[in-house]
Write a protein that binds this ligand. Structure first.
Ligand code: UN1
Length: 511
């Protein structure tokens, strides 16, 4: 049995799949196939039937029905179901991690990490299911009390990207479920197989516990299917992860019907390396940030802003670290970096390289596309580094590829200015052992990003914090902390337990 057959059989999948499900059942729709090619070896690994409007519409009715059941289930009991999903994910961790690696192209270690991130958010959501607190406040009126409650919204639409094909869904779905919502998920059309696998895992747990179909919905397709979600007034919240271009169109469509959005869009993340940095930590953090997931994380490190006193030393360390990197089949654990998602992404990498060179960038570590044995898919590229000026147009854009831009600074204020002078605002870091400059970077006058780290790279956030960013990143927050509040509606309650009806603000209205 080859790897693909083994994975399909262990995960209960086949190479021809239906792409619309409202739980354990799958809708036998007819329509065009979505084809999933592995960037690892270029092979066609699955065909998935795209969701058509009729089955989408039927699914939404199932979801509406299921919501009326699910919202009445006590939150800790909902947490218990999510706990079981976490247990099921633990059982499937290796197979699912391998499938993520094979379908998306990230290293097997990172595939496992992604499934671990799902398990972690399940655990977080279980705890949260007993902590959906509201406040109480003193009323200004005698024999009155005030409190607030958090209620579920209804249907949450989740649009996820290829680069974290399963974890980002789980951040949204697990939190949504303990909050009492039902979910409909549109995964990236580039990674439908991992999505189908997750839908099966969750759908089986709901079914085993006797819950109706429609708590977990899956639809597969392209931008038109995403637009159905954005425009559908039956969907109270759309949580979308992907490019800024996609996010803007989702935001406009949802806002025009006054729906809610959580947007997690592009990043252009930088690390400032100060003269007080531990250069071992700084180099390792920068290299993992730039090269991990082949530079295809929203949180990937794209810019290094280095103080002139340590600039040459950092450059030397980077060149020697990049020389050790092994690029190849991501399922082989000795390789650090796998392929880009597809040849279109390779084209974008090449276009960015050409453009930045035209602007005057100097090569530090050369770019290139690999060919020959093991690289038949045409998706393997060399991670590269350029010396640039911060104002170059390409330096202000997010290219989803392992391209790192190196630039020099003299004062911390200048470094922070360069750092913030891009349209995106997701993740950021400073490498410093000096408490003053570190805290300056974290202050209101420092990084303008949603995530700001000290002596840690820009990628690899833990699920316990709220995840998201500012400016063109979209402003949404997902995952930990109190991000759950965006998945619920707040209700303020004032209760009169007296035998009079005093009015607020002391208004008298006697009849
Ligand atoms: C993303 O790239 O969209 O912080 C998510 C990280 C991961 C999640 C990235 N935990 O790099």
């Amino acid at each position: 049995m080859n790897l693909l057959q083994a994975l399909l059989s262990n995960l209960g999948l086949s190479s021809e799949n239906m792409g619309t499900s409202s739980g354990k059942s799958w809708y036998p729709t007819t329509g065009d196939y979505l084809e999933s090619y592995s960037p690892v070896d270029g092979k066609l690994i699955a065909k998935v039937i795209q969701t058509d409007w009729k089955s989408y519409d039927r699914l939404l009715s199932d979801l509406q029905m299921a919501f009326t059941t699910w919202r009445d289930v006590p939150a800790p009991r909902r947490g218990e179901i999510v706990r079981q999903i976490g247990m099921a994910l633990r059982e499937k961790k290796e197979d699912l991690g391998r499938l993520v690696s094979y379908e998306m192209g990230k290293s097997y270690q990172e595939g496992l990490g992604e499934v671990q991130e799902m398990i972690d958010i399940c655990d977080f959501a279980v705890g949260l299911s007993r902590q959906l607190y509201g406040l109480t406040m003193p009323s200004e009126r005698v024999n009155h009390t005030m409190m607030e409650q958090w209620h579920p919204l209804g249907i949450v639409g989740i649009i996820s990207a290829f680069n974290f094909p399963v974890a980002v869904w789980s951040w949204n779905a697990m939190i949504s479920w303990v909050c009492g919502n039902v979910c409909v998920w549109k995964p990236s059309e580039k990674t439908p197989l991992t999505a189908i696998s997750c839908q099966k895992i969750a759908g089986e747990v709901f079914a085993q516990n006797g819950f109706p179909e429609g708590i977990s919905g899956l639809i597969c397709g392209g931008a038109d299917v995403g637009a159905w979600l954005a425009e559908d007034t039956r969907i109270q919240l759309v949580s979308a992860t992907g490019s800024t271009r996609m996010g803007k169109s989702v935001a406009v469509a949802v806002a025009s019907r006054l729906g809610k959005t959580i947007l997690e869009l592009g990043g252009n993340n930088a690390i400032i390396i100060t003269p007080n940095a531990d250069l071992d930590i700084a180099t390792r953090g920068a290299v993992f940030g730039a090269v991990g997931t082949a530079g295809q994380r929203c949180t990937s490190t794209r810019r290094l802003i280095v103080h002139e006193d340590v600039y040459e030393a950092v450059k030397k360390r980077l060149v020697s670290a990049y020389a050790q990197l092994k690029i190849g089949n991501p399922l082989e654990e000795s390789n650090h970096m796998g392929p880009l998602i597809d040849q279109e992404a390779v084209g974008q990498y090449l276009a960015a390289v050409e453009e930045v060179e035209k602007e005057g960038a100097q090569v530090v570590v050369a770019p290139g596309v690999l060919d020959g044995s093991g690289f038949e898919s045409g998706c393997y590229v060399l991670p590269c580094i350029f010396e640039v000026e911060p104002h170059y147009r390409m330096v202000k854009e997010e290219t989803f590829a392992p391209i790192l831009y190196l630039m020099k600074y003299r004062s911390l204020e200048e470094a922070i200015h360069i750092h913030n002078d891009v349209p995106q605002g997701l993740s950021s870091a400073i490498m410093s052992t000096d408490v003053r400059e570190s805290y300056r970077f974290l202050s209101a006058a420092g990084s303008d990003c949603g995530i700001a780290n000290v002596n840690i790279g820009t990628s690899g956030a833990e699920i316990g914090g709220a995840f998201g960013g500012e400016k063109e990143t979209g402003g949404g927050r997902e995952s930990g902390s109190d991000a759950w509040k965006a998945y619920m509606r707040r209700q303020t309650n004032t209760i009169n337990y007296g035998n009079q009806l005093p009015l607020a603000q002391g208004i008298r209205f006697d009849t």
